[in-house]
Design a protein around this ligand. Structure first.
Ligand SMILES: C[S@@+](CC[C@H](N)C(=O)[O-])C[C@H]1O[C@@H](n2cnc3c(N)ncnc32)[C@H](O)[C@@H]1O
Length: 337
């Protein structure tokens, strides 16, 4: 992405980009990467790019980027300013810095790299302190001998937008500074990336027409969504949201949402009728992954296609598989029979 390999400095959730700009300005010899999930923030940050050749921004959740995009020990600095606090008890599992994400972060941080965090939410600060203090691979950089879990004076860089708001509202801010040391703990082990498999497809015969299959889907699936969980990989969830037909009723698109760990894909499964070569030839269909949305052919996509394919087949007793390239097909068949 940068054209030249230099120490990589990451800001997660850069908001209006003012701190990101500070990082790019202060460290021209570093590659600075900002991660955001907000389109607005990304669009806003575009104005900075022409001025800083060492700056890039990326639309991705931090959890997914950390898992899929970085090599172990690739990051020289990580900055997280005022992450979304998720106040509600039930939503705390969505907080960025939590037990499951820390090992991933530590794996991606180089020995000697910096981790800087700030929040104005005391319960979040307390949770972060508890998490970070017990991690042997992190050394607290705050002045010794007190080595408090946080300081309430900004130790580095300009205030961010959220920080200004918090201070104006009279809230205290909590800042953390850690260095990744060379301790190797279970938390620093290489995490398992989401694999990519060959493109999945299923060719089958069914006496039903495209329109009949569409009607069945609308009757049984829509507007409800169904969620299925992979029996061998519990973290895959599928939601079949809607079906769309071509005008000539030759093909269907099934809008589908696949969630597997940090990867969320909204994709389309494509059902087409193969052109008959002879008038009395049986109806053959191909179910495949459409290119809409540039999906990655992950285990979740194979599972989504297999579950839908199995459902289409069970609509008629004479339907049968002709050919398939689907990992997990046998599991789906036995799980759904
Ligand atoms: C409370 S705002 C703080 C923005 C900025 N850092 C500041 O201090 O002004 C949190 C930001 O993190 C972004 N964000 C939330 N969850 C994220 C995630 N999982 N990965 C990347 N960015 C995320 C949000 O879009 C939002 O812009």
């Amino acid at each position: 992405m940068f054209g030249e390999k230099r120490p990589l400095c990451l800001e997660i959730g850069f908001g209006d980009g003012r701190y990101l700009e500070f990082l790019a300005q202060r460290q021209p010899r570093c590659n600075v990467l900002g991660l955001e999930i907000s389109h607005r923030s990304l669009t806003k940050a575009e104005r900075l790019l022409p001025h800083y050749p060492n700056l890039r921004v990326l639309h991705s959740s931090a959890e997914l980027a950390l898992l899929q995009l970085f090599a172990p020990a690739e990051l020289a600095e990580v900055h997280i300013n005022f992450p979304d606090p998720w106040f509600k008890q039930g939503h705390r599992g969505r907080r960025l810095l939590r037990q499951e994400v820390l090992p991933l972060l530590l794996n991606r941080m180089a020995v000697g790299s910096l981790l800087r965090l700030a929040t104005d939410v005391l319960p979040y600060a307390e949770a972060m302190a508890a998490l970070l203090q017990q991690e042997a691979a992190l050394s607290n950089l705050l002045p010794q001998p007190a080595a408090a879990p946080w300081t309430t004076e900004r130790p580095f860089g300009p205030p961010t937008k959220y920080e200004q708001r918090a201070r104006q509202a009279g809230r205290t801010c909590y800042y953390f500074a850690y260095r990744r040391n060379d301790a190797s703990t279970p938390g620093t082990a290489e995490p398992k990336r989401i694999e990519e498999w060959p493109l999945p497809h299923l060719v089958f015969h069914s006496p039903l027409s495209i329109t009949e299959m569409q009607r069945e889907f609308e009757r049984q699936f829509s507007p409800r969504t169904i969620a299925a969980t992979h029996p061998s990989a519990a973290e895959i969830h599928l939601h079949y949201l809607a079906v769309y037909a071509t005008e000539d009723a030759d093909a269907l698109l099934f809008e589908t949402f696949v969630r597997e760990g940090a990867l969320h894909q909204r994709l389309a499964l494509h059902l087409t009728r193969q052109r008959p070569h002879a008038t009395n030839e049986e109806r053959r269909y191909t179910l495949s992954l459409s290119g809409i949305g540039h999906p990655r052919a992950t285990p979740g996509c194979h599972w989504a296609l297999a579950v839908l394919g199995r459902w289409l087949l069970q609509l008629h007793p004479a339907a049968r598989v002709i050919h398939q390239r689907l990992r997990g097909w046998d599991e789906v068949v036995s799980a759904l029979s």
